[in-house]
Ligand binder design. Structure first.
Ligand code: DAH
Length: 369
């Protein structure tokens, strides 16, 4: 350490000169260590104090401390200056253009068929119906046989069926003898009516176990169904809601009340409703239910094909043969069933004339709901 005649040469000039050359925080840290660190010049200078004549010590000590304070505050100032500089360097060098518009995610929406499905379910739930479910891959028995449609029944022709080649399912490859076989026992359900059978069977089994009579039922079964159909009013996959109400004293009047009430609620207006005699193997008597065409106020238009009426669902009193198949005593129980297509209701509610729009995934169409 240099000393003058007083025993100490100020470190200031040297320090300030070195400080002027500092370009970044890392250099600053080394400089700080060299001057005011444990082994730095300032500490070394303080250590020389003991070797000085006592009359100089006070003065020199004070000078060293003044230097130390000055160096410390100069370092601090420089540190802050460097930090600011580094931040602004980072900002100017990074590639972010903060004037660009931000990214945003478009919100998804419900599909119109889902919207109407929920509305229909809500109406029946408000009437006390519970919700049941069944498999989409069904057996011939639940889809046809138990609904009073034996193998040779002509009513099967009303529903063009996708049969599943079970040979293919079991082995992963279609075998020669089974390729093209359309008479398998496994199929894609053609209607949700199959759920009627499954639920009644389940309840009969439960009640036998508990040694009491089969319970009254009031449920709907919403879900997907499949048919070999494709045109402007048919798609191979579509949605239905099935309904079943069973008790000891259910009449056609109950059927009418429930379905009329449902139609007013779901179409949100007072509508003329007409019950037309029809045929379904699983109901007797059977009916098809029409609503007055609200597009033309029943004067006749393209949508009602000039009749003033629009067919909306099928229904009827449960055929005693069906009760027999599932083990509900037909002498004791009666009930009504109904089934409807959700796409059809959606098309009417929104005035859509081509069912295929639902399944083309065109966002210009879907964003309207
Ligand atoms: N399953 C019939 C169909 O898909 C609709 C139907 C008609 C269901 C009458 C019923 C019913 O429960 O009683 O065409």
């Amino acid at each position: 350490m240099e000393t003058n005649e007083q025993g100490y040469t100020s470190l200031n000039d040297r320090f300030l000169e070195e400080l002027g050359l500092i370009k970044n925080t890392a250099e600053l840290i080394t400089l700080r260590a060299r001057y005011i660190g444990k082994n730095g010049y300032v500490t070394a200078a303080l250590k020389t104090l003991v070797g000085l004549p006592p009359e100089l010590r006070g003065n020199v000590g004070r000078l060293i401390n003044e230097d130390k304070n000055l160096i410390t505050s100069a370092l601090k100032e420089k540190e802050e200056e460097l930090k600011k500089l580094e931040i602004s360097r980072k900002i100017t060098s990074s590639k972010i253009d903060i004037t660009l518009p931000g990214y945003y995610k478009k919100a998804g929406g419900r599909h119109p068929v889902s919207i109407v499905m929920r509305e229909v379910i809500d109406v029946f739930v408000s009437m006390g119906f519970s919700i049941e479910d069944g498999p989409e891959v069904e057996t011939d028995y639940y889809n046809f046989e138990a609904l009073n449609m034996p193998k040779d029944h002509p009513a099967r022709d009303m529903q063009d069926t996708f049969y599943i080649n079970t040979d293919y399912v079991n082995t992963g490859t279609p075998s020669a003898h089974n390729a093209g076989n359309t008479e398998g026992d496994v199929l894609l359900r053609t209607h949700t009516s199959a759920v009627q059978i499954r639920v009644m069977q389940r309840e009969v089994a439960k009640s036998k176990e508990m040694q009491r009579s089969a319970p009254p039922l009031r449920f709907i079964a919403p879900g997907k169904v499949y048919r070999r159909d494709s045109d402007i009013t048919h798609t191979p996959l579509f949605h239905q809601i099935e309904g079943l109400m069973v008790d000891t004293d259910i009449s056609f009047a109950n059927l009418k009340a429930v379905l009329e009430g449902f139609l007013q609620l779901v179409f949100d207006r007072r509508l003329p409703v007409r019950f037309r005699p029809s045929f379904f193997p699983f109901t007797e008597p059977s009916t098809e239910v029409d609503i007055g065409c609200f597009f033309c106020k029943q004067t006749g238009c393209r949508i009602c094909k000039g009749t003033g009426w629009i067919e909306i669902l099928g229904a009827g009193m449960v055929n005693p043969k069906v009760f027999q198949m599932v083990g509900y005593d037909p002498e004791h129980y009666c009930g009504f069933a109904f089934g409807m297509g959700i796409e059809r209701i959606t098309m009417l509610k929104y005035g859509i004339d081509d069912i295929r729009l639902f399944y083309e995934g065109d966002l210009r169409f879907l964003r309207q709901f």
